[in-house]
Design a binder for this molecule. Structure first.
Ligand code: ZN
Length: 267
């Protein structure tokens, strides 16, 4: 199916942890001997925030400020099964105004029309959303010194009270750690674009000085910094982070063994 490309909004931002941050890797906390509450890390052992987690937060926020959003992406739940999809396509194709039109395109148009704005932007169980959010990787190695372990009381799952003698360690990311946020939204209608505006205003309010945030957001200064970073990355043929260059030798990703070897070459 072909879709016409109309517009694209790219939002890039730095997310800074104001307090120590815990992003769970979701492992079974009953596994004996395992360090409980480990944070999620990529293949290079670097912490990151999954794009799906950020998406979930933004979706909840949007649902709280826009009326008539469905609950938990349940728009068109009946179309989940293929049988229903085929029936629906046949029904749509029968309509005189749809003569000669592609069945899949008709179904896509139908689903769009029946979906709430949160589902159109963030997706539902029958369609992909118009917003894509990348996993937020560390802004730079300098901002991440090491994870901290915090001891807390385990909470009993049934009674929601502190389980006695069940102290555990939770790995956290220190306050001040910065992550790169990147969101791409394509082919938005005017009302959908307004929702992105609401999300940006929400971020602005959170900073405590929204006017300053908006001024900064639209400033030439920010454009220049981004443009300059892009230029350096393009020149070095870098499309992902982290990349470490030691004495002209390039190391992709955070690979301590290779870094050690590169440093050993100086000695
Ligand atoms: Zn919905």
């Amino acid at each position: 199916m072909f879709q016409k490309f109309k517009n694209r909004i790219i939002l890039e931002a730095i997310l800074k942890a104001e307090t120590a941050l815990y992003i769970g890797a979701g492992q079974d906390s009953y596994t004996p001997l395992a360090v409980q509450g480990c944070i999620i890390k990529n293949a290079y052992g670097m912490p990151y925030i999954p794009g799906s987690s950020i998406k979930g937060i933004l979706r909840s926020f949007l649902e709280s400020v826009v009326e008539n959003c469905c609950e938990h992406g349940k728009c068109n739940e009946g179309l989940k099964k293929l049988k229903n999809r085929k029936d629906k396509i046949a029904e749509l194709e029968k309509k005189p105004e749809n003569e000669g039109k592609n069945g899949d395109a008709l179904l896509a148009g139908y689903i769009m029309k029946k979906s709430c704005i949160a589902c159109r932007l963030f997706g539902s169980n029958v369609m992909a959303g118009k917003i894509k959010i990348a996993d937020a990787s560390l802004n730079s190695l300098n901002t991440w010194i090491s994870t901290e372990y915090r001891t807390g009381n385990a909470i009993d799952r049934d009674t929601h009270t502190a389980a006695s003698k069940a102290l555990f360690d939770t790995e956290t990311i220190p306050a001040g750690t910065e992550f790169c946020f990147r969101m791409i939204a394509e082919n938005l209608t005017i009302d959908e674009a307004e929702c992105i505006g609401k999300i940006m205003n929400y971020f602005a309010e959170q900073t405590g000085s929204p006017e300053k945030f908006r001024g900064f957001y639209y400033s030439q200064e920010v454009d220049d910094v981004l443009e300059n970073s892009r230029k350096i990355a393009t020149e070095l043929n870098i499309s992902a982070t982290p990349v470490i260059i030691i004495n002209g030798k390039r190391i992709d990703g955070f690979n301590p063994a290779l870094i050690d070897r590169a440093i050993a070459n100086f000695k």
